[in-house]
Design a protein around this ligand. Structure first.
Ligand SMILES: [Fe+2]
Ligand SMILES: [Fe+2]
Length: 131
């Protein structure tokens, strides 16, 4: 599962960041599958949550700049995801992270980009700044 054509938003910076998120997730999946040491898994998770946070800040700034009407709902989705990752990071210190959890994260990302990110981009496209 990665950045398929239907997940592209057409905003280069955003698409590149989504690509990076999937790359980090691939790496995370690899280390979990490989049964690597917990610290390797922990650092991959840490990288994912840091990069996700940076990406969310960029999107939120973009939506705020354009006065996107569903900003609050979108931010809530980002926050819930970040909170989930933070919790997982903490757990990774004590117990093995399962592949199922990594797949759930992937599914969330695909769903979020495919539905929520695509809607804000579509909305922003109707506004003057991005024309
Ligand atoms: Fe996004
Ligand atoms: Fe988003």
């Amino acid at each position: 599962m990665g950045l398929t054509a239907e997940l592209l938003t057409g905003i280069q910076e955003i698409d590149e960041q989504h690509e990076t998120l999937f790359e980090i997730l691939d790496k995370l999946q690899g280390v979990v599958k490989g049964g690597d040491n917990w610290s390797v898994v922990y650092f991959a998770l840490n990288e994912l949550s840091h990069f996700a946070r940076t990406h969310f800040v960029v999107e939120e700034a973009l939506m705020r700049l354009h006065g996107y009407p569903e900003l609050e709902q979108h931010i809530a989705e980002h926050r819930a995801f970040s909170a989930h990752l933070a919790q997982l990071e903490e757990q990774a210190v004590r117990q093995d992270v399962s592949l199922t959890i990594i797949q759930l994260i992937q599914r969330w990302l695909v769903e979020h980009i495919g539905v929520s990110d695509k809607s804000y981009v579509a909305c922003l496209r109707t506004m003057p700044v991005l024309r």
